[in-house]
Design a binder for this molecule. Structure first.
Ligand SMILES: [Mg+2]
Length: 179
């Protein structure tokens, strides 16, 4: 793999979950908007309702001055209630976002009225979320997936590749430290 592509697969931050977002550090970086992936990031795969803790956390982030958006590759069928809960306060919700393409993200940024360098993408997948974010110049935060679809073989393959990429990156960092 070329170093250029690899660098676009590597998140700027890795967290256990969205609840570990460091509000002050993000503000200090100039981040004013947060765009969230849905499945495995804000709820388990295919979730149709936000749990109370997540709902409260999103509200707290908004109260801190962040503009929020949501971008999913899912088609959104059967998730009308979720969409209503998310966009009820005027947050953009983009389904069929086509990550790692950048169209869905660009749509969200436009609705937020923020340039890419002011926005962090929060998602669980390197080959969709992180790659789309880095291609567009967003700050990329990767969280650990909550619960994968057990029948998604393509995803299983991507998870294996993710592990390879992250292992490669941590070895690179070790080598740099030793120099
Ligand atoms: Mg996801």
């Amino acid at each position: 793999m070329r170093a250029g592509l690899l660098s676009k697969l590597l998140p700027d931050e890795q967290l256990d979950s969205v609840f570990d977002l460091d509000v002050e550090r993000l503000k200090a970086r100039g981040i004013r908007g947060l765009v969230f992936d849905l499945d495995n990031t804000l709820g388990p795969w295919g979730f149709t309702q936000l749990d109370e803790r997540t709902r409260r956390w999103l509200r707290a982030l908004e109260a801190q001055g962040f503009r929020l958006g949501f971008v999913s590759n899912d088609g959104g069928q059967g998730r009308e209630a979720l969409r209503a809960a998310l966009d009820g306060d005027g947050h953009p919700v983009v389904f069929r976002a086509g990550k790692p393409g950048t169209r869905g993200l660009r749509q969200a940024l436009e609705a937020l009225g923020l340039p890419p360098e002011r926005v962090a993408l929060v998602g669980d997948q390197l080959f969709t979320d992180v790659l789309a974010a880095k291609r567009l110049g967003l700050y990329a935060i990767r969280v650990k997936p909550l619960a994968d679809d057990p029948h998604d073989w393509g995803l299983k393959l991507r998870r294996g590749l993710e592990r390879l990429v992250l292992r490669w990156a941590s070895r690179q960092r070790q080598r740099q430290r030793q120099r």
